[in-house]
Design a protein around this ligand. Structure first.
Ligand SMILES: [Zn+2]
Length: 74
């Protein structure tokens, strides 16, 4: 569907890429929805997975930094 740009169910080329943005979108990947029959496919590309790992690494780094800060200050 993503590659062919065609709905596997009804053959329509009216495919809409649904990118809602924000955290939820990064976690769940991208939605491709057929405008004719409503068939939906969820794709998660490798770049998205990398982005998730990068996000977790940053969050973990920030969390540990903050924890260390409070540990030494308090
Ligand atoms: Zn369709």
């Amino acid at each position: 569907m993503k590659v062919s740009g065609k709905c596997p169910k009804c053959g329509s080329t009216d495919i809409k890429e649904n990118m809602m943005g924000g955290m939820g979108n990064i976690m769940s990947g991208r939605y491709y929805r057929c405008g004719s029959c409503g068939f939906t496919e969820i794709w998660q590309s490798k770049s998205d997975v990398k982005a998730i790992y990068a996000l977790y690494t940053i969050l973990l780094g920030c969390g540990l930094g903050l924890l260390g800060y409070f540990f030494f200050v308090a």
